[in-house]
Design a protein around this ligand. Structure first.
Ligand code: CA2
Length: 145
């Protein structure tokens, strides 16, 4: 039976492919979900892919993952840089969480250089476009085997 991993997405990521293709590329979030589900199938992981613009919903989903999944990849969007609540939620669950970003946040504005959630995460993958998500699935596969 496949193990379940959650792939969680935060605010504004539902706009992917519709605005700012120069930074985030042309793929929609649905395209990325399809890529993740296909890669999950190859890796033997059932991918539960979700997006919310609401911090508390992301907190609830992290708690749910702690009960029902073996790991999480999270692109917390701008909450990455602000959210103590997400930091605490990641610390509160007993499974590995990987921080993911499409863009290289360290090559962008200074306010994107600090992550509130990175210290609570197993690792961080950023800067590879939508491939960042696929790399996170490979990482989850290798650390949960
Ligand atoms: O590079 C990433 O994946 C980010 O998490 C994306 C966030 C940003 O706040 C982080 O610093 C880095 C923003 C997601 C917003 O996506 C948009 C997509 C299209 C149009 C406008 C925003």
């Amino acid at each position: 039976m496949s193990k379940t991993v959650f792939v969680l997405n935060g605010p504004n990521l539902n706009m992917l492919g519709k605005r700012e293709p120069g930074i985030y590329g042309g793929k929609t979030l649905k395209d990325i979900e399809n890529d993740c589900v296909a890669m999950g199938r190859d890796l033997g992981l059932a991918v539960d892919f979700r997006q919310s613009n609401h911090e508390g919903v992301l907190v609830d989903w992290l708690h749910e993952a702690g009960e029902n999944a073996v790991g999480v990849a999270i692109n917390a969007g701008a909450y990455t840089h602000t959210s103590l609540a997400l930091h605490d939620a990641i610390r509160a669950i007993p499974i590995p969480v990987i921080e993911v970003h499409i863009s290289n946040v360290h090559a962008r504005e200074a306010f994107r250089h600090h992550s509130m959630i990175a210290p609570a995460c197993k690792g961080v993958i950023c800067g590879f476009g939508p491939t960042s998500y696929v790399l996170a699935l490979h990482a989850l596969k290798s650390i949960t085997d």
